[in-house]
Design a protein around this ligand. Sequence first.
Ligand SMILES: Cc1cc2nc3c(=O)[nH]c(=O)nc-3n(C[C@H](O)[C@H](O)[C@H](O)COP(=O)(O)O)c2cc1C
Length: 398
Amino acid sequence: MAETMPDGAAPSLFSPYKMGKFNLSHRVVLAPMTRCRAPNNIPNSALVEYYTQRATNGGFLITEGTMISPTAAGFPRVPGIFNKEQVQAWKKVVDSVHAKGAIIFCQLWHVGRASHQALQPSGTAPVSSTDKPISKRWRVLMPDGSYAIYPKPRKLDTYGVPELAEHYRLAAINAIEAGFDGVEIHGAHGYLIDQFLKDGINERTDEYGGSLHNRCKFIMQVVQAVVSAVGAERVSVRISPAIDHLDAMDTDPLKLGLAVIERLNKLQTDCGSKLAYLHVTQPRYTAYGQTESGSHGSPDEEALFMRTWRRAYQGTFICSGGFTRQLGIEAVADGDTDLVAYGRLFISNPDLVLRLKLNAPLNKYKRATFYTSDPVVGYTDYPFLENDTEKTVPLSRL
Ligand SMILES: Cc1cc2nc3c(=O)[nH]c(=O)nc-3n(C[C@H](O)[C@H](O)[C@H](O)COP(=O)(O)O)c2cc1C
């Protein structure tokens, strides 16, 4: 499985990679991360600064989850990509990132039932595949900074589902208009698409529920709609079959992942073009990401899942979740992934790529400011390395 570089050397976290039509200079990716810094759902200069800080020449960034429609938000102050004002505002982010030579994809997001009336445009219940609320184990962040339990959602009727796929399509068109190089369809972490995929949530008896085939129907409608609008090479998908975030449990995650992958492979064959990539979140993220303690499943089981999916998918594979420098280096060298997306370490280290290359010390992230509103504190004020060579020496020369 391991790819060989043109000079015969094994691939490394810091070696170039050709992702479809995009030439990347290294394999350290900014993972999509909600940061709640976009008042009124419009990206502002703080976002321009944040993404530009994390851009490198030939680097690859994925934006935070971005609302595909007014009903899509599950956190306060998340950016949207469903109206003209948002498109214009994103252009400034994209242009600035491009000026540093990086590639940037917009993550298309609808949270489904992981929302609250207070986050909905007309104060109505959020929509979902189900009318079952998320359990009280989880809390939703409210606009005033407090936390509330998730409300009972409104179950979409069969005829209402394709309209949601249409919203993804329109959002993808907007993203390309804003200058994004592509889009990532967020099918992971217990949000809308995952609410259709997982049998622990989806109890539908219509064509969108029951069999694996039916549960995969919505994600494939979305992918097909988006591909038809912007072309496969600009489209990617994120899934997390083995993660139970927001109660998104499945009785057979391995098979579910393979079912999605099989359909993505077929879509690629049918349209004669590859998607940009498949992004899979490591199960260990739930343990590390939420609590930083304990383990989730056995490491052997995790590795088996990830390797099976990686082998089955016919295209570029990105993984994310609990990667250290060493784990990232090993994963690429062993052929377990093509690219590694880093989340929390990228929050606190705007120059993460350089630090990983130099094996320099890393700033610690502050969880308390992950979702706060200050445009600087905990957002753009994490320090760069002293005498940051990135400002003067191109990374490719290190
Ligand atoms: C503050 C925060 C916000 C996140 N928001 C998103 C998001 O909007 N979309 C998404 O797909 N994943 C989101 N994630 C998950 C990250 O993309 C990533 O998979 C996760 O942090 C694990 O990687 P890490 O261990 O390197 O942090 C978020 C994670 C964090 C910590």
